[in-house]
Design a protein around this ligand. Structure first.
Ligand SMILES: Cc1cc2nc3c(=O)[nH]c(=O)nc-3n(C[C@H](O)[C@H](O)[C@H](O)COP(=O)(O)O)c2cc1C
Length: 161
């Protein structure tokens, strides 16, 4: 089974987390790919993979610029995503943006759920105003997330690749 991590970022914290997962979690899935969201559309969810949205938050609780096209395509090209299983890692800054903390990943979650996709586990958040190291804590969460969900997905043969 392939883990496809879709990265929404501006200053690359989300990308660094995704790359750390790519390095560290190879024992838990057959393949891991990190893909920036630039230029993607909802069609990416037709690929046979377990998806992990790893997105920061900008504006007033919006998705980052490089994620805008993908996010807009959920409305522009509505699709049924009942076959999709995904997790969400959402980055924000609770100290500076308490009202919109980590809304970027949550926005993806809402749209994906509307289109019939099923989230596995709770949304992981990272607060840039905390002392929590993003890569270390993100990898730890992802390892547990994969250990919890991959065996059942393999048994169900829902995701072939
Ligand atoms: C201009 C600007 C706007 C931001 N808006 C929000 C926001 O609305 N909510 C939030 O939780 N974090 C917000 N953030 C914080 C970022 O999401 C956070 O620093 C994140 O770790 C950046 O991830 P990145 O390096 O992958 O882009 C904002 C940061 C900047 C610079």
């Amino acid at each position: 089974m392939k883990l496809l991590i879709l990265v929404g970022t501006t200053t690359n914290t989300a990308e660094c987390i995704a790359q750390a997962i790519e390095m560290d979690c190879t024992d838990l899935v057959d393949d891991i790919e990190v893909r920036m969201m630039d230029g993607l559309t909802v069609d990416v969810f037709n690929e046979p993979a377990l998806f992990l949205i790893c997105s920061a938050t900008y504006g007033s609780g919006d998705v980052p610029d490089n994620a805008q096209g993908l996010y807009a395509s959920f409305d522009a090209q509505p699709a049924f995503l009942g076959h999709v299983r995904y997790g969400v890692m959402s980055l924000g800054d609770q100290g500076s943006y308490p009202m919109t903390f980590a809304m970027g990943g949550r926005r993806f979650d809402e749209k994906l759920a509307d289109l019939g996709a099923q989230r596995l586990g709770e949304i992981w958040t990272h607060d840039a105003s905390s002392d929590v190291p993003p890569e270390e804590s993100g990898v730890a969460w992802c390892r547990e997330w994969l250990q919890t969900h991959v065996p059942a997905l393999k048994a169900a043969e829902l995701i072939k690749a």
